[in-house]
Design a protein around this ligand. Structure first.
Ligand code: GTP
Ligand code: MG
Length: 199
């Protein structure tokens, strides 16, 4: 369970810095600024565990968080993608790091792909969805920042996102709607993580 300590383990800017694959992992992916670090903090019930910011592209490494003592599973905060002004070599490095990680990490049980509820799935998101499909890593789509739109807009983007999920082989057909700000959907997300690591 999430009861017990949550601790930052390490940051891996390249594959040879990855921690030993000793426990199951669940990774968080999404556009820069989508709210990955905020959601991780909400899940862990600890503000300031993962660094959040208004500067897109803050997280450029794979960040590992240990859950439990002894460690039962890990959460991985993946570097965000799709921010404007990203230099070409940064984008290239991101692709290699993420693709190699997704393809080679046996202990990676699931990914959660975060989508900003205000925007829905964009072209840059399809890139990671295709990478996950190709790597055969099952994933769930998670709408973030639901507090920022109206109920009608939320219903519309939910329907649109579910339709898109159905086109991807490795995607779970349902999605989880969240707001870190309002603590909404956090319990459901927690259950999805626990189910994936089955602890
Ligand atoms: P990178 O590390 O740059 O890829 O960003 P990230 O995906 O980790 O986003 P982060 O959690 O740092 O959040 C980005 C901004 O969105 C911050 O200013 C957060 O406070 C804000 N934010 C995150 N989640 C929510 C939410 O549910 N509601 C609202 N209103 N704001 C949010
Ligand atoms: Mg972050």
């Amino acid at each position: 369970t999430f009861a017990g300590p949550v601790a930052f383990l390490k940051s891996a800017p390249a594959l040879h810095f990855l921690p030993d694959p000793t426990v199951p992992e669940v990774a968080f992916a999404g556009r820069s600024n989508v709210g990955k670090s905020s959601l991780l903090n909400a899940l862990a019930g600890r503000n300031g565990l993962a660094r959040t910011s208004n500067t897109p592209g803050r997280t450029q490494e794979l960040n590992f968080f240990d859950i439990g003592d002894p460690v039962k599973f890990r959460l991985v905060d993946m570097p965000g993608y799709g921010f404007a002004k990203a230099p070409k070599d940064v984008v290239k490095k991101w692709r290699y790091l993420v693709n190699d990680f997704l393809r080679g990490r046996d202990v990676l049980k699931r990914a959660l792909v975060l989508i900003d509820a205000r925007h829905g799935i964009k072209e840059v998101d399809r890139d990671i969805l295709d990478m996950l499909d190709g790597a055969a890593v099952s994933y769930r789509l998670v709408l973030t920042k639901a507090d920022k739109i109206s109920a009608a807009e939320l219903a519309e983007v939910t329907e649109r996102t579910i339709a898109e999920a159905r086109k991807h082989v490795a995607a779970h057909p349902d999605l989880i709607v969240t707001s870190s700000e309002k603590n909404e959907g956090i319990a459901e997300l927690r259950a999805a993580v626990l189910e994936a690591v089955s602890v």
